[in-house]
Design a protein around this ligand. Structure first.
Ligand SMILES: Cc1cc2nc3c(=O)[nH]c(=O)nc-3n(C[C@H](O)[C@H](O)[C@H](O)COP(=O)(O)OP(=O)(O)OC[C@H]3O[C@@H](n4cnc5c(N)ncnc54)[C@H](O)[C@@H]3O)c2cc1C
Length: 417
């Protein structure tokens, strides 16, 4: 089959590799003039590495990623440690792959290089998709300018403001969370030696939190400071003044403030997500990644979910032919919808109940984490970090079984469709 993929982000490129590995031809249509990603850090949990391994790029990404020693949760105002989860051998043995942080461009270029090296993948730039249409034997994308491109199936990997989703789901603009994130990257030589922690560190405060970790083989420290400032309009990468960032995070402990003070060239984003939906396929057309299930970044799983989507799609498309592709896409949707909805909700929960807690909620949070052993933390994370290809969990299997008996899920899918 020939499969059109709208959007060449992490999800679109991963899907192209998965389609090619399944024996099909993939054409990625990217609206930008070049295939590129913004330069900031991204955390990848073992489930992402399982997906990357499956796609054949795991070892390349691991070469470029930084293995961090631990996840650290700090009490932002007091500077005390709430909990630490070691990410060494024991963690890796439990989950089968490491937890690492990577410069986004390193992850992106590993996927892009694999696409460019694959003759079954065609990459097209300056190509803006505005919608789709389909008939009994084809699906096609409609491009800005009026041209149509026809293939056997269309995958909408065009991000949180997806054009394909606008037509397929029609649920309007994404939901503005009211939270603003400020991001900066600091050369490691500027970071005082006693603060060069090889950890993903999160300082939690009342209605704000601050995260930092090393990226690009430890050459930089990635800073991300988030505040619940009730922002009402989406903002994407607007330059922000360093003094305002310092002021916003004035409640931070002295040590963490030293890092915030190093930030330069801050950019801000107002974070958005969407409520989970049941149905993101329409015949030969399906969504993936942020187009299907955009989430707040608090579980650090948006890209991980896009990679999981791609792997499952590839596995299902291996068995599919032109006359059964719609059924394969429906199955993919059915399998993925509960897990990705759980992650959307988990990310919201983590933001509100853990990262931005104040008063009694913060006291209870600290006490709860203090009582947990590493084994307890592993158990809590297992559903998320422990998933493996083809990413069909127990709940998804139940969902499928219900669908097979004609109960709940499929009828609700149809209702949404
Ligand atoms: C601050 C922040 C931190 C994050 N941290 C993490 C983390 O640590 N770990 C993690 O797993 N995830 C993280 N995420 C989430 C992650 O970045 C996203 O989930 C992931 O990038 C989604 O990939 P995607 O390919 O689905 O969408 P995108 O990355 O949005 O890619 C969409 C692509 O489609 C293109 N496009 C858009 N519209 C069209 C069109 N009409 N026609 C053609 N092309 C189009 C775009 O130019 C883009 O290239 C974070 C997100 C944020 C905001």
């Amino acid at each position: 089959m020939e499969i059109l993929i709208a959007g060449g982000g992490i999800g679109g490129l991963a899907a192209a590799i998965a389609c090619a590995n399944a024996g099909h031809e993939a054409i990625v249509l990217e609206r930008n003039r070049e295939f590129t990603e913004i330069g900031a850090g991204i955390q990848l949990a073992p489930n992402a590495f399982h997906a990357l391994d499956h796609l054949g790029v795991g070892s390349r990404v691991k070469e470029l990623a930084v293995p961090v020693d631990e996840l650290r949760l700090m009490d932002g105002p007091s500077g005390s440690t709430i909990t630490q989860l070691a990410l060494g051998k024991e963690y890796e043995a439990v989950f089968g792959n490491p937890y690492m942080v990577v410069h986004r461009t390193d992850l992106y270029h590993s996927l892009l290089d694999a696409c460019q090296a694959n003759s079954a993948i065609k990459l097209v730039t300056s190509c803006s998709v505005v919608g789709y249409s389909q008939g009994a034997t084809y699906a096609q994308v409609n491009l800005e300018g009026g041209e149509n491109i026809r293939a056997d199936a269309v995958l909408g990997a065009d991000g949180i403001r997806s054009s394909i989703r606008r037509q397929l789901v029609g649920d309007g603009d994404p939901k503005v969370s009211g939270h603003t994130i400020y991001r900066s990257i600091v050369p490691m030589e500027k970071v005082p030696e006693d603060l060069r922690w090889n950890a993903v560190t999160l300082w939690a405060g009342p209605k704000w939190h601050f995260v930092h970790y090393p990226i690009a083989s430890g050459k930089y420290m990635n800073l991300a400071a988030t505040v619940d400032n009730q922002a009402t309009k989406p903002v994407v990468g607007k330059p922000a003044c360093a003094d305002s960032v310092k002021e916003l995070f004035g409640g931070l402990d002295r040590q963490a403030k030293r890092l915030i003070n190093l930030g330069e060239g801050w950019k801000e984003w107002v974070l958005c997500d969407r409520d989970p939906i049941e149905c993101w396929t329409d015949g030969r057309v399906a969504l993936l990644g942020d187009a299907a299930h955009p989430m707040l970044q608090y579980a650090a799983q948006g890209a991980c979910m896009a990679l999981e989507d791609a792997v499952l799609l590839g596995e299902l498309l291996k068995e599919a032919a032109a006359d059964s592709v719609a059924a394969a896409l429906t199955r993919y949707n059915l399998i993925r919808k509960d897990r990705t909805a759980d992650v959307v909700h988990a990310a919201r929960y983590m933001g509100a109940q853990i990262y931005h807690a104040s008063g009694d909620l913060a006291v209870n949070r600290n006490a709860t984490f203090a009582s947990m052993t590493p084994g307890d933390l592993h158990s809590v994370l297992d559903w998320l970090h422990g998933a493996r290809p083809p990413f069909i969990g127990d709940r998804e299997q139940r969902s499928e079984a219900e669908a097979a008996t004609g109960k709940t899920q499929r009828s609700s899918l149809n209702a949404v469709a």
